[in-house]
Design a protein around this ligand. Structure first.
Ligand code: ADP
Ligand code: MG
Ligand code: MG
Length: 933
């Protein structure tokens, strides 16, 4: 067979190199070697104690899968043998040799970390002969059989497709017979019996004996790991987390000499984070088990001990472990999540990767690592994805609640959540899809439960630690998790869980607090989160490093206050119509709408004027000296009236009531004839003449409203009589609003309070519309300035949300001092999609088929809407170079859209108050990334 030629042979590199020993692989090339492989190489090369081994590249995986997953690329097994010889040399053991056997693990690992999604086989190289060698060598029969049964099960499951349950069943039988509760209670002969049973299980399921040739084992295992890349779990995971082939294509295989954490009480295995991933605090965080193999910690089979206890149990090794922790962080300049094993007093590092943290952890570590000068402020900002901050807006349990917890586990992923208990992932998915809030309650979770995580509000397990599967996955998703609540006994068959005497059935509500580990019965109220000092610091750095300012959309003084708390630098959109909807204002608004003459309408407007003035004053004062952009009335006025259907129904009821009342009156009259009226007393409201009068009045009013609804009916209200068109047809409405704004301004500026109102006209398509509204403004301004003897300071501007406005922006700019893009309407207009119809009918399919990359109502459409925006910016600034331009559509809070607004040279983005922190970080990212390029 032809040998693969490696560059080291000094021969021409005419063939692809597929295999890289840890001493040689490029630690930066994760795409080729996978994350695990690249880091194993890097750690080896910086002198950390990694067991010897080699990586078979992702390219080999792709070549194998291309080859219909039957044959490994030509010649690979030859190179594998050569590299195995090297491993034999450095360990002093021999693969397949009965006297001194070498065992290896065959581990998956792609460029993107996909915890638990693909497969790993441990203890490979065991058969009846090598097993005896292992036992003789270690003088530990129990250890030998333990390793053997683990290997048979893992190999059987992963490489030969034997279901776990078949093994578990045999395991439980022996465990029961031996009368032990935990695995470590089993002795050598129990384990021997188990491995014999397991061999039978394999033979029965596959029809063939378990492979004994160690190189056959190795080849089958390599193929199995490659195949796991296309396994359902892994494919689902990539889809859910949008992992593209550019990010990760194929898995590498890592063949690593085995080290054993289960060789006795001087051996151990564990998982650790260089800092606490939940809080971000700079403390060593991890868990370990004495006398156990790695998978035991991850699988949550035994509840592990906190790593700090190692300080007491093995003080010397604890020091070494601390040293490893420091070396990893100093080298990677990032929080590391690593696996270690201690074999007979020697510490090995088996894996490291960047720690997945929740937002709290990311923010705190960013700020602290920058302060420790481990990373720069820029790096501190760039390492956090803006959207992640949204997690910090997760609710916490109201600290005033008086409930006593049902149980306590480990606080494994912070945040609080309530929901109905469900005991398996399929059920969780089913109910979650139906809109039910559920908490997934399991003994422990496995990778195949992943769909249940997506559907749940939170996760509760009765076994496993803070590094168990449940904890890691929940933290990655930012969902609350309580793990290892040992007081809970989950019974999947009965669909219930027992906590002492208490029984929880499927559907019963519970609340979990992933910050404390407490579990409560029922729903406990939650409170909004508060900003940590670290977040404040981080966002202040973000503000220093961005060009864009971040404003909030806020319509009331309360939301304005909230927005300030989130760090809004102004208000980019204050929707005056929201003020109209208040229950004590709506009747006046309706009066205004029903008015048939200008005089009548003016009467209603006069009542609204002081109310709006007070609203504006409150908001302006709250935000002073920051700008407040107030939009004049935008929606079609029939939106303030009930719908036709509602009115017809109400009228029907009123007519019924009227005839009932007439009926009651008839009854009274009849009884009076019978001279029996004394028995009845006085007829109560509304069953008397006064009542009839009121009913008639109500009917009259509702009929008037119905008539108005008919009059105002529009085929397509979004393109109808709204925005500035209302201002032109009913000038008195816009005049009232302008007067309210400028009077509020005058009241403040008269006493030298620096308020900054900006009057914004919606739906403008032509310069002449602006000239018209500007006339109202000028007239009111002049009058107020004369009356108050001051000069009013404010701005006048327009929304840009109509296609024509973009195209004619140079003309519009002549009349205004600012533009604000209303990208919701502009997107509808650009695509000729009405949003509701599009999102309900065809948009999801468009996105699925890739016809559109994103829903353009969520992520700004750069190629279409974006080009119109660019045109408007260019034209606008050609007329007025200092034109202030912002965006107030929903896109103003979406990181990719914010990045685009940055490149357009906008002055600000405006978004809902809780999105402000996300937008501040996104604005900094946009600027930093642009400057880096
Ligand atoms: P995963 O990607 O699911 O974490 P790993 O390949 O890291 O899978 O392996 C699973 C477990 O087996 C881990 O706990 C790991 O530390 C352990 N392990 C892997 N290779 C070895 C080895 N050569 N010696 C000892 N333990 C190992
Ligand atoms: Mg691992
Ligand atoms: Mg609009």
């Amino acid at each position: 067979m032809k040998e693969i030629i490696t560059p080291k042979n000094n021969l021409p590199v005419s063939e692809i190199r597929y295999i890289f020993p840890f001493m040689e692989g490029d630690g930066k090339n994760k795409h080729l070697l996978g994350g695990k492989g690249a880091n194993l190489c890097e750690m080896t090369q910086i002198g950390l104690n990694v067991p010897p081994g080699f990586v078979i590249s992702t390219e080999a995986c792709l070549a194998y899968l291309d080859n219909k997953g039957t044959e490994l690329p030509f010649g690979i097994m030859e190179t594998v043998k050569k590299e195995m010889n090297a491993v034999e040399k450095s360990t002093g053991k021999l693969f397949g040799n009965p006297d001194n056997p070498l065992l290896v693990s065959v581990r998956s690992g792609s460029a993107m970390s996909m915890p638990g999604m693909m497969d790993t086989i441990l203890n490979l190289g065991l058969n009846e002969e090598t097993l005896q060698g292992l036992i003789k060598q270690t003088n530990n029969e129990r250890f030998g059989y333990d390793a053997y049964r683990r290997f048979i099960q893992l190999f059987g499951k992963v490489a030969l497709g034997v279901p776990d349950e078949k093994f578990d069943k045999e395991f439980e039988i022996v465990k029961h017979k031996a009368g032990v509760k935990v695995d470590i209670g089993l002795n050598a002969s129990d384990l021997k019996e188990i491995s014999e049973k397991f061999l039978e299980v394999v033979k029965e399921h596959t029809g063939k004996p378990f492979p004994t040739n160690v190189y056959d084992q190795l080849e089958i295992a390599i193929k199995a790991v490659f195949n796991s890349w296309m396994g359902k779990r892994a494919v689902d995971y990539r889809r859910e987390f949008n992992i593209t082939p550019q990010q990760a294509n194929g898995t590498a295989v890592n063949v690593v000499a085995m080290v054993f954490g289960n060789m006795g009480n001087d051996s151990a295995t564990g998982v650790a984070f260089t800092r606490d991933p939940g809080t971000g605090e700079n403390v060593f965080f991890g868990e370990y088990l004495v006398n156990a193999q790695g998978e035991d910690v991850v699988a949550g089979i035994r509840t592990p001990k906190p790593v700090l206890e190692l300080q007491i149990e093995m003080p010397d090794l604890y020091k070494q472990l601390e040293d490893l922790r420091n070396k990893l962080e100093t080298h990677y300049k990032e929080v590391q999540d690593f696996e270690f094993t201690i074999e007979k007093g020697i510490l090995y590092c088996l894996q490291t990767r960047n720690g997945k943290m929740n937002a709290t952890g990311m923010v705190r570590t960013s700020v602290e690592m920058a302060k420790e000068l481990l990373i720069s402020k820029k790096e501190a900002l760039l390492r956090i994805k803006p959207d992640l901050l949204e997690q910090l807006l997760h609710p916490r349990l109201d600290s005033l609640h008086k409930s006593t917890p049902l149980a306590q586990g480990l606080p494994a992923s912070p945040g609080a959540a309530s929901g109905a208990c469900v005991f398996d992932a399929d059920r969780a998915e089913f109910l979650g899809r139906g809109g039910e809030k559920v908490i997934l309650v399991r003994e422990e979770t496995k990778p195949e439960d992943i769909h249940g995580f997506f559907a749940s509000q939170g996760i509760l397990t009765s076994r496993g630690g803070k590094t168990s599967h449940a904890a890691v996955v929940a933290r990655g998703m930012g969902k609350p998790c309580v793990a290892g609540a040992e007081g809970i006994q989950v019974d999947i068959k009965l669909r219930q869980a027992k906590i002492g005497e208490k029984v929880l059935h499927e559907g019963d509500y519970i609340t979990i607090d992933g910050g404390t580990g407490f579990v409560y019965q029922g729903v406990i109220p939650t409170v909004d989160p508060t900003f940590s000092d670290e977040l404040k610091t981080l966002l202040s750095w973000a503000d220093e490093m961005s060009q864009l300012k971040v404003f909030a959309n806020a319509d009331t003084p309360e939301t304005a206050k909230k927005a300030l708390g989130y760090g809004a630098m102004g208000i980019g959109l204050c929707r005056t119509e929201r003020m109209f909807n208040d229950s004590n204002r709506l009747p006046i608004v309706i009066e205004m709408i029903l008015a048939n003459t200008e005089v009548e309408r003016q009467k209603a407007l006069n009542k609204l004027l002081p109310i709006q003035r007070q609203d504006f004053k409150d908001i302006l004062l709250t935000m002073a000296p920051r700008p407040v952009t107030i939009r004049l009335l935008d929606p079609p006025i029939h939106e303030f009236l009930p719908t036709k259907e509602e009115l017809i129904e109400e009228l029907e009821h009123l007519h019924q009531l009227k005839s009932t009342t007439n009926g009651v009156n008839n009854l009274y009259n009849s009884l009076r004839l019978l001279q029996a009226e004394d028995a009845l007393g006085v007829s109560p409201m509304p069953f008397n003449n006064k009542g009839l009068e009121l009913i008639d009045k109500a009917i009259e009013k509702k009929e008037l409203m119905l008539k108005k609804v008919h009059e105002l009916y529009e085929v397509n209200p979004m393109l109808g009589h709204r925005g500035v068109r209302l201002g032109i047809t009913y000038p008195e409405i816009y005049k009232m609003q302008i007067q309210a704004i400028l009077e509020a301004t005058a009241e403040c500026q008269k006493v030298h309070i620096d308020v900054r109102p900006e009057i914004m006209v919606p739906q403008v398509c032509s310069r002449l519309e602006l000239i018209k509204v500007k006339e109202f403004v000028d007239e009111i301004q002049q009058r107020l300035e004369a009356e108050n003897g001051i000069k009013l300071v404010f701005k006048f501007g327009t929304m840009i949300e109509v296609v024509r406005a973009c195209v004619d922006a140079d003309e519009l700019a002549k009349e205004v001092e600012f533009f604000s893009f209303g990208t919701n309407d502009l997107t509808q207009a650009t695509f000729s999609f009405s949003r509701e119809d599009a999102e309900n009918k065809f948009l999801p399919l468009y996105v699925e088929k890739g016809i559109l990359e994103h829903n353009p109502f969520e992520v700004l459409d750069v190629n279409g809407v974006g080009k119109l925006m660019r045109m408007a910016v260019d034209f606008g600034r050609k007329t007025k170079p200092d034109l202030k331009i912002g965006i107030c559509g929903e896109h103003g809070g979406q990181p990719d859209s914010i990045a685009f607004c940055h490149t357009l040279g906008l002055n600000y983005v405006s978004c809902s108050a809780p999105r402000v922190p996300v937008a501040r970080l996104a604005a900094a990212h946009a600027n930093l990334i642009e400057r880096k390029q």
